[in-house]
Design a protein around this ligand. Structure first.
Ligand SMILES: NC(=O)c1ccc[n+]([C@@H]2O[C@H](COP(=O)([O-])OP(=O)(O)OC[C@H]3O[C@@H](n4cnc5c(N)ncnc54)[C@H](O)[C@@H]3O)[C@@H](O)[C@H]2O)c1
Length: 385
């Protein structure tokens, strides 16, 4: 298969490598020539690394490297069967690009965007054949993370969605089908991991050290919320939250935090600037953790039940299937357990009580319990029985 990748930043490079390793010919383009040169060097280095780690033979690395076709004009993508766009996250830039691409490619070409937050339906409206347009959302780093969200636009023909699911399986990835709604499924369900942790911090219930400890030690998450936000970068993480908040017509469940906004304003963007919630010029002071099991459980239970509420609501609104929601959070963001199974383990009635307790305490819509949980609790049902 001949695959085009447009935009050779972090994501474009990852996607190009995934396609080349799946035996596709990969035509790559970036509007900025130096980025193309940089990507060439990075992709060679990435293959060398796999050879060094004995994950790839030298011969195979050479074959894979020969599958990249570096081009300096969009016109050279004319005979691609699938083109995945990974340029900067800006609606006008992407629409302009797709408008041009759709005049170059054949009627059989599938045009796809790797956008994290823009409407696929809106992007589809910029091409000549919107029925052949779709969202293919990889996670960073695309070479490593197995999950890919497949997001049909309102205009996408059903058969095309099925073909794309199969293509992504052939890439060795785990595709899930998701409705075209803000944040798709992973970024939407994950919001309370950050938002609720920030709220707990702002209320002075615990500090960042203790919240991160509670979520890793007691919750078994790979990283605590503050470590993870520092890792992602506050500019990116704040922007995603703000976009989702606006796109959900200012639903208070997704309200961004001033604390994080101030970090962005200060330029304390996290690891990449050496400072975020943590100061990376010094060792992290573990002595500041308050090893109080009751407090730790309270923090973990509160954040987990907010995540469960979000997953339940996504299922209720048919954003993705039950099984795909579980795959999304375990394969896309490495959660220790699927959230719906976790709800079953805690007990649906208990989840409802925890949410109602928060709601009764704060009287804020942010803590409203999803109607699916309440109905299941009345009926004594579980997600997996
Ligand atoms: N970085 C992530 O964690 C992540 C994860 C999933 C999805 N995404 C999405 O993937 C896309 C790319 O993200 P990124 O982090 O790789 O960005 P990036 O800024 O690292 O790279 C973007 C690249 O696009 C090129 N570019 C810009 N305008 C162009 C144009 N008109 N034509 C061709 N090339 C152009 C730039 O030169 C740059 O090389 C965005 O839509 C982003 O939302 C990012």
């Amino acid at each position: 298969m001949k695959v085009g990748v447009v935009g050779m930043g972090a994501m474009g490079q990852g996607i190009a490598q995934v396609a080349a390793m799946a035996d596709c010919e990969v035509v790559v383009f970036d509007a900025f020539a130096p980025m193309l040169e940089k990507a060439k060097a990075e992709l060679t280095k990435s293959l060398d690394n796999l050879v060094y780690k004995s994950k790839l033979s030298e011969d195979r690395a050479k074959v894979i490297n020969s599958r990249y076709h570096w081009c300096h004009s969009l016109n050279e993508l004319y005979n691609c069967e699938l083109i995945i766009e990974a340029v900067k996250e800006d609606l006008d830039t992407k629409k302009k690009l797709f408008g041009e691409l759709s005049k170059i490619v054949s009627d059989q070409c599938i045009l796809a965007s790797n956008t994290s937050s823009l409407s696929i339906t809106s992007l589809a409206s910029s091409v000549l054949l919107p029925q052949r347009f779709i969202g293919i959302h990889f996670f960073n780093p695309a070479q490593i993370l197995p999950l890919v969200e497949i997001i049909p636009a309102v205009q996408t023909e059903e058969q095309l969605t099925q073909s794309v699911l199969q293509i992504i399986k052939n890439f060795g990835k785990i595709p899930i089908q998701v409705k075209d709604t803000p944040g798709f499924v992973v970024n939407r369900i994950a919001r309370p991991f950050y938002g609720e942790a920030l709220r707990i911090l702002e209320e002075g219930i615990a500090d960042i050290y203790t919240i991160d400890w509670a979520m890793t030690e007691l919750g078994q998450f790979k990283m605590g919320p503050f470590t993870l936000m520092d890792f992602i970068g506050h500019d990116i993480n704040y922007h995603v939250t703000e976009t989702i908040f606006k796109d959900f017509y200012y639903d208070p469940r997704y309200k961004p935090s001033f604390t994080q906004k101030r970090l962005v304003e200060a330029g304390y963007l996290g690891r990449k600037t050496g400072k975020g919630f943590y100061d990376y010029s010094k060792p992290i002071p573990v002595s500041k953790i308050e090893y109080n099991i009751n407090l730790g459980k309270e923090i973990k239970n509160r954040i987990v039940v907010m995540l469960i509420n979000e997953a339940a609501e996504a299922l209720h609104l048919n954003i993705a299937s039950r099984d795909d929601i579980e795959i999304a959070m375990t394969k896309g963001v490495n959660y220790p357990r699927g959230l719906l199974k976790w709800a079953d383990e805690i007990g649906i009635e208990e989840c409802v009580q925890r949410l109602d307790h928060l709601y009764n305490h704060y009287h804020e819509d942010r803590y409203r319990c999803s109607s699916i949980l309440r109905k299941m609790s009345y009926e004594g049902k579980m997600f997996f029985k």
